[in-house]
Design a protein around this ligand. Structure first.
Ligand code: ATP
Length: 504
């Protein structure tokens, strides 16, 4: 995180410059739903494309997949999501906050805690005792909490010509005559035949297609299947812009290995994935690997680490909080075995050379594209004091994105709006676009202002067409970070930019 970034500044810049907007804003917005504007969509697309290039195209052992969001309901039974994909949910009796018990601040059982009535800063001072659950309300620190309740995180919808609501209306009399338990049973019978769920993760698509890919793609363990796509979770607590939303995009890869080699591959992927963020420009001091304690591991996982980023979130202790960007897990043979059990299809691998048959172990690096985009945005944010050409001190806001993920790579300015300069500048923009370098033409205002606008958008290179361009076909290229300008020939511009973007 840049020491200068705060969530308030990130939210305001996102809206002002078109990175992230509140969804359906003109109707008052929809809770925890966001839209990516012209700059945001490019940023997220560049992150996903870089992930795909590094995980799929630059390797011989990983293939891609794109599954449908709606899958057979038995997939979720086998994966455990339908029965157990739930978070323990708790209500604070003092400030009425609803939160996840496993995310609440811990406090020693039996200790006395002071809090304010209603969670208000001028509320009466109260004291309470932490019960044996050992946590307090994340908002007001009150230990007086409701019992934990389970809550299904999957969004349910219905598929097919029968509307379950109509069926419920038809059965109204029968339902009214039943006791509450019988009524729930009947309702579940009505809903079940048409019920389908929006996937809460992309991973299951890779497991259920394991055999299809083995049979069609000439791959053999160790090999991986990668997918980028939307996932949906009816999250109870959503906060901090796009960090936790109900609709989000994942970049997941399942790497199938021979049992026995799983620990080695787990270490390999854990380290490789951390390096990926550093190579794309995140400051190493803002990243950490957090190995899960055995008590934290999912029952099927042999090991798991989170790659965490120090986000500029507001907390009770000031600005800054570690948040998960990506989880790397050794999922053992749990998923393939479960799907074998539920589908009745053999999902083992037979090595025809060694005549060995085994169910592969799976190492899963699971990342979120939205969280990554937010982390890259926060980390790139910087403010510095510069002296304007008129000798005045001013603040320059600059997003120091790695050129590979910068939304716009180059901006092209005619120094003045006449003498044929706009035409030359437009031609340069077209040539850059044709070469796949996303560029932007801007002729309004003083050049200094135009530079500042592009700094704030994170554009690494600004190209100016001036009177010398008309004489000798050279332009100036200005570097966003150093602000240094260099004069180069128009003919060499495309290759020079490609070199600088690729960091060659
Ligand atoms: P958390 O503990 O924060 O809820 P998780 O451990 O449940 O996350 P995974 O199931 O491992 O998350 O999903 C892999 C990645 O998908 C996460 O590291 C994160 O980047 C992203 N992700 C998960 N849930 C959300 C969400 N609600 N909003 C945005 N991104 C998410």
């Amino acid at each position: 995180m840049s020491t200068k970034a705060t969530m308030e500044k990130i939210v305001s810049l996102s809206k002002r410059r078109g990175f992230i907007f509140q969804s359906s804003e003109i109707y008052g917005g929809l809770k925890a739903s966001y839209d990516y504007g012209p700059l945001g969509v490019e940023l997220k697309k560049n992150i996903k494309e870089t992930w795909w290039r590094d995980m799929v195209h630059s390797r011989e052992d990983i293939v891609g997949l794109d599954c449908s969001i709606l899958m057979h309901s038995d997939v979720w039974k086998a994966s455990g999501h339908l029965a157990g994909f739930s978070d323990p949910l708790v209500d604070c009796k003092n400030c009425k906050e609803r939160f996840r018990a496993d995310k609440a601040p811990l406090a020693e059982a039996g200790s006395e805690i002071k809090y304010r009535e209603g969670g208000k800063s001028d509320g009466k001072k109260l004291t309470g005792t932490v019960d044996e659950r050992g946590y307090v309300c994340p908002v007001c620190a009150c230990p007086d909490l409701s019992a934990e309740r389970q809550f299904n995180l999957m969004f349910r919808t219905s598929l097919g010509p029968v509307d379950p609501l109509q069926e419920i209306a038809n059965a109204a009399e029968e339902l009214a005559a039943l006791d509450p338990k019988g009524r729930m049973q009947k309702l579940s019978e009505i809903m079940k035949p048409s019920a389908v769920y929006l996937r809460p993760e992309t991973a299951q698509g890779m497991f259920v297609n394991f055999k299809n890919i083995l049979d069609s793609s000439r791959v053999k363990p160790p090999f991986g299947i990668a997918q980028v796509g939307k996932s949906y979770r009816n999250e109870i607590t959503t906060s901090n812009l796009t960090f936790r939303t109900c609709e989000f995009e994942q970049m997941e890869m399942e790497f199938f290995v021979k049992p026995g080699s799983d620990e080695e591959w787990y270490t390999y992927w854990r380290d490789a994935r951390l390096e990926w963020y550093i190579n794309l420009g995140i400051k190493p001091e803002n990243l950490r690997l957090r190995e899960h304690e055995v008590s934290e591991l999912a029952h099927y996982a042999k090991a798991c680490s989170d790659i965490e980023y120090f986000f500029p979130f507001e907390t009770q202790n000031g600005v800054g909080e570690w948040g998960e960007l990506e989880g790397i897990a050794n999922r053992t043979d749990y998923d393939l075995k479960k799907h074998t059990e539920y589908s009745g299809k053999d999902l083992s691998y037979f090595n025809s050379e060694t005549k060995e048959r085994y169910v592969p172990y799976v190492i899963e690096p699971a990342a979120g594209a939205d969280r990554a985009a937010l982390a890259f945005l926060c980390d790139a944010y910087d403010e510095e004091t510069v002296v304007s050409p008129k000798g005045k001190e001013e603040t320059r806001t600059v997003l120091r994105f790695d050129p590979k993920i910068a939304p716009i790579k180059a901006a092209v300015f005619p120094l003045v709006k006449r003498d044929g300069m706009p035409e030359v500048a437009h031609k340069i923009v077209q040539d850059l676009q044709k070469a796949g370098i996303n560029s932007f033409y801007d002729q309004s205002g003083a050049v200094g202002r135009r530079y500042r606008r592009m700094d704030e958008a994170g554009t690494p290179f600004c190209i100016t067409v001036d009177s010398e361009t008309l004489e000798n076909e050279t332009i100036t290229i200005r570097d966003r970070d150093t602000m240094a300008q260099e004069r180069i020939s128009v003919n060499g511009l495309v290759s020079e930019l490609i070199k600088r973007i690729r960091d060659e």
